[in-house]
Design a protein around this ligand. Structure first.
Ligand code: 5AD
Ligand code: SF4
Length: 454
């Protein structure tokens, strides 16, 4: 019998907090299905819950610190605390404390489980509440993706297509937390997407740590195709009738071939905004990061994207202050902003991670102050490029998928070019939530465009 730190108690309500990327959000939707199968009710506030579950991220130290802050508050409120997601590393779903470094180290955490072990969660929770209802059916223990997600919104869905990463960029902990690349079967993905569309979903985002490293399981299809596996999958999903919008995140520049760009170009329901993480504008930093491409290659891809997809916008990820990044290297990143005019960039200060090549073998030699300075400068630069990109749209028509309507009856949604559009919709505006509406863009700000409904 495993040692349980908390007293046994009746579990009625859960509170689930998700940190990190869209993959985690997608996993949380599957976790919710499992929890509801146990008759546990979702609580919107932590205070009302008996068990607090955290789906964690460990990409940067800051992300882990946020999780620990949350654990501390949950424990103070005397909740049972469970962790899953990327902080639960190679330690398997908890069997006993000796086997799990997280449990061993943190008295405040009651249980941990790998997300792949989601089907075992009913058994795990039963140990805390033996009276917990059994699910009506057994979950497939071989593949947690077979558990259907409980969508948070009825108009859009995230569909995982692969997980893990084999790239081992020197700064990145993902290959250690998520493990090696593993692609889902083609048929399962297409079936899940078709189901969503049949249930009224308008927008699907295909998610994975490295979506364009997707590996097709169907050898017949492989023989017929001249495209990369991801291009084949993307097109197949885009062709689902009534799917209004298709996005994907994140691709790796190394696998971003013409074929993917051509699929986007010929399928109008695929988003005209491409997220392509570049990390740095300096080839020498890219080499130290183990990114496997020179900056010229990135520029070639974006040039082709612009040629093939009129009006395309680009977003990216940047790390500043990586080991050995000189002022000259940093200036190259700023120059890249000028050349590429990113609509959005997620800019991070380098955070050394234990177990990664850079974390173990390369000096963290840029001071905190200097990292912060570079971050601030890069963010200022981004404001300029974002405004530039938004201004480009003034006077044109774009289609926004409305996500929310505020008290002043202003609706907000994302357009097919990735811009955040705000439009007045009148008193009964809530009916537009989940709808795609044409917007005439009249004004541009840094982070939004404004306009009117057409
Ligand atoms: N430090 C800072 N940023 C990081 N990222 C990944 N690992 C680190 C790290 N150790 C950023 C990269 C990646 C994004 C998901 O997080 O920019 O693309
Ligand atoms: Fe991390 Fe690099 Fe893999 Fe992206 S490609 S998940 S940055 S190792």
């Amino acid at each position: 019998m495993p040692k349980t730190r908390s007293q046994k108690k009746r579990l009625r309500k859960f509170y689930l907090k998700t940190f990190g990327c869209q993959m985690n959000y997608s996993d949380s939707e599957r976790l919710e299905t499992v929890l509801e199968s146990l008759n546990l009710k979702k609580s919107e506030v932590m205070e009302d819950a008996d068990i607090v579950l955290l789906n964690t991220c460990s990409i940067k130290q800051h992300a882990e610190d946020r999780v620990y802050g949350f654990v501390h508050n949950a424990k103070k409120a005397k909740k049972l605390v469970g962790l899953t997601g990327c902080m639960v590393k190679k330690s398997s779903t908890q069997k006993d404390e000796e086997h799990d470094p997280l449990l061993k180290k943190h008295e405040t955490i009651d249980l941990v489980f790998r997300i792949e072990d989601l089907p075992k969660v009913p058994d795990l929770l039963q140990k805390y509440d033996p009276k917990l209802k059994r699910p009506e059916y057994e979950f497939d223990t071989e593949d947690y993706f077979h558990i259907s997600p409980k969508l948070q919104e009825n108009f859009r869905a995230f569909v995982p297509i692969m997980t893990g990463c084999d790239k081992f960029c020197t700064y990145c902990v993902v290959p250690f937390t998520r493990g090696r690349e593993r692609s889902r079967p083609f048929r399962d993905i297409v079936k899940e997407c078709k189901n969503h569309v049949a249930n009224g979903v308008k927008e699907i985002t295909l998610v994975g740590q490295n979506v364009n490293a997707y590996f097709l399981d169907d050898s017949k299809k492989k023989m017929l195709q001249k495209q990369t596996d991801f291009a084949v999958l993307l097109e197949k999903v885009a062709e689902i009738p009534k799917l209004k919008r298709l996005k994907f995140t994140s691709p790796h520049p190394r696998h971003m071939g013409n074929d993917v760009l051509q699929v986007i170009a010929r399928n109008e329901n695929i988003s005209r905004s491409i997220h392509l993480p570049v990390q740095s504008g300096s080839s020498s930093v890219l080499q130290k990061m183990g990114r496997d491409y020179r900056i010229e290659k990135f520029k070639e891809i974006t040039k082709r994207a612009r040629e093939l997809i009129p009006g395309v916008t680009l977003t990216t990820d940047i790390i500043v202050g990586f080991s050995g990044e000189t002022e000259e290297d940093f200036q190259k990143t700023l120059k890249l902003f000028d050349e590429e005019q990113f609509l959005m960039a997620y800019i991070s200060k380098y955070s050394p991670r234990k177990g990664t090549f850079a974390g173990e073998k390369m000096p963290d030699d840029i001071s905190r102050k200097e990292k912060k300075r570079r971050l601030d400068i890069a963010n200022e630069k981004l404001k300029k490029t974002a405004l530039h990109e938004n201004k480009r749209a003034v006077g044109t028509r774009e289609y926004a998928l409305i996500e929310s309507v505020n008290a002043k009856n202003i609706a907000t949604g994302k357009t097919e070019f990735g811009r955040t559009a705000m439009v007045p919709v009148g008193k009964k505006g809530k009916r537009f939530i989940g709808e795609i509406v044409p917007v005439k863009i009249t004004e541009a700000d840094t982070w939004v465009v404004r306009g009117e409904l057409l």
